[in-house]
Design a protein around this ligand. Structure first.
Ligand code: PMP
Length: 282
C-alpha cells in the first residue's frame, strides 16, 4: 500500500507518479463528482447502482460522461485487481478538467478521471455490537445534496464536528426535518416500523438506501419513505446510519442521551444480518 497503482487519465500508474495540474477545476472549484464502491471477495457490491448514480451526478453538473458503461465496468475491475486486501473499496473521481481559471464551463475541456482501490476497514466488532454515538446540527449545506459532488466542505465540517465530540456522526436537520448525516443516510425506527427521508435534493441517495429498503422487505419490516421530524428522531426506539464503509450501524446515543434503551435493537440486528447475507451471496 506504500505506492499503490492508481488510474489517471487513461492509464494505470504508480500513485507517486500521478500528478494533476494546479489548474484542474476539481482543485480550484471542487468541480467534480465521485463514487465509492465496496468490494467483497473481489466482487463489487451493487456496482450497477453505483454506476447509475455516477451517470446521474455527471449529468447534473453537465460533464459529458468520459466512458461507456462497459468502460466504467472494466475500469472498476482493473482498479479492484490492483488491491489484494479483502474487503477493499474502489474510489473514482471525475472533474471537469484543466483550463485557465474562470467560473463558467470552458469549451473543449477534457474531464480528469482518477481512481484508486484501497483496503476497506469495516466498523469494529465493538461498534457493531455496542452501537455508536451521534450529535446533531442544523443542515447548512447547499440544496443539491443529491449530487455526489467532490465539493464536500459542508460534510467535512460536520464530520469534524462529530470527531470534536468524540462520536461517529453528525445527524443534520433542515427546517425541523431530518436530512442525513455527514457521510451516511439515517433511518428512524418506532414500534418496529422504519422511516427515512424522501430521496430528493436534500439528501444523497446512498446505494445502501435501496439496499436497506430491500433488506427491510426481506425481513418483514415496514418501511416508509417520508418526511421525518426532528422530534421523531429524538423519540426513536432505534436510529441507524448506513454508508459504503460503515455498512449499517446502530446509533445508541444522540447528543449524549440514550436512543431507546441505549442498545442496538432488533431492527438493527435483522438488517445487519441481511446485509452480511447479501455480501456472502455476491
Ligand atoms: N449521504 C452522504 C452525504 C454521504 O457522503 C454518503 C456516503 N457516501 C451517504 C449518504 C451514503 O451513501 P452510500 O450508501 O452510497 O455510501
Amino acid at each position: 500500500m506504500n505506492n499503490p497503482t492508481v488510474w489517471l487519465n487513461g492509464e494505470l500508474i504508480a500513485l507517486a507518479d500521478a500528478k494533476i495540474s494546479v489548474l484542474d477545476r476539481g482543485f480550484l472549484f471542487g468541480d467534480g463528482i465521485y463514487e465509492v464502491v465496496p468490494v467483497y471477495h473481489g466482487k463489487p457490491f451493487r456496482l450497477a447502482q453505483h454506476l447509475d448514480r455516477l451517470e446521474r451526478s455527471l449529468a447534473e453538473i453537465r460533464i459529458a460522461n468520459p466512458y461507456t458503461r462497459a468502460e466504467w465496468e472494466a475500469l472498476f475491475a482493473r482498479l479492484s485487481a490492483t488491491c489484494a486486501a479483502d474487503p477493499h473499496s474502489v474510489y473514482v473521481q471525475v472533474t471537469r478538467g484543466v483550463a485557465p481559471r474562470q467560473h463558467t464551463f470552458p469549451k473543449d475541456i477534457t474531464p480528469t478521471v482518477f481512481g484508486i482501490a484501497t483496503p476497506l476497514t469495516l466498523p469494529s466488532r465493538e461498534k457493531v455490537e455496542q452501537g455508536v454515538g451521534a450529535v446533531t446540527h442544523e443542515d447548512r449545506r447547499w440544496l443539491n445534496c443529491h449530487i455526489k459532488s467532490t465539493s464536500l466542505l459542508g460534510n467535512v465540517l460536520m464530520a469534524q464536528y462529530a470527531a470534536d465530540h468524540e462520536v461517529q456522526e453528525t445527524i443534520q436537520f433542515r427546517d425541523g426535518l431530518l436530512t442525513e448525516a455527514s457521510s451516511s443516510n439515517v433511518w428512524v425506527i418506532k414500534h418496529g416500523a422504519m422511516a427515512a427521508p424522501q430521496r430528493d435534493n436534500r439528501i444523497l441517495e446512498g446505494i445502501r438506501y435501496g439496499a436497506l429498503e430491500s433488506f427491510a422487505q426481506e425481513c418483514g419490516i415496514a418501511f416508509e419513505e417520508r418526511a421525518v421530524s426532528e422530534a421523531e428522531v429524538r423519540d426513536a426506539d432505534e436510529l441507524l446510519i448506513t454508508s459504503a464503509t460503515k455498512e449499517v450501524l446502530a446509533v445508541v446515543t444522540l447528543d449524549g442521551k440514550p436512543v431507546g434503551d441505549g442498545k442496538p435493537g432488533p431492527v438493527f440486528r435483522a438488517l445487519y444480518a441481511a446485509y452480511q447475507r447479501a455480501k456472502e451471496a455476491l
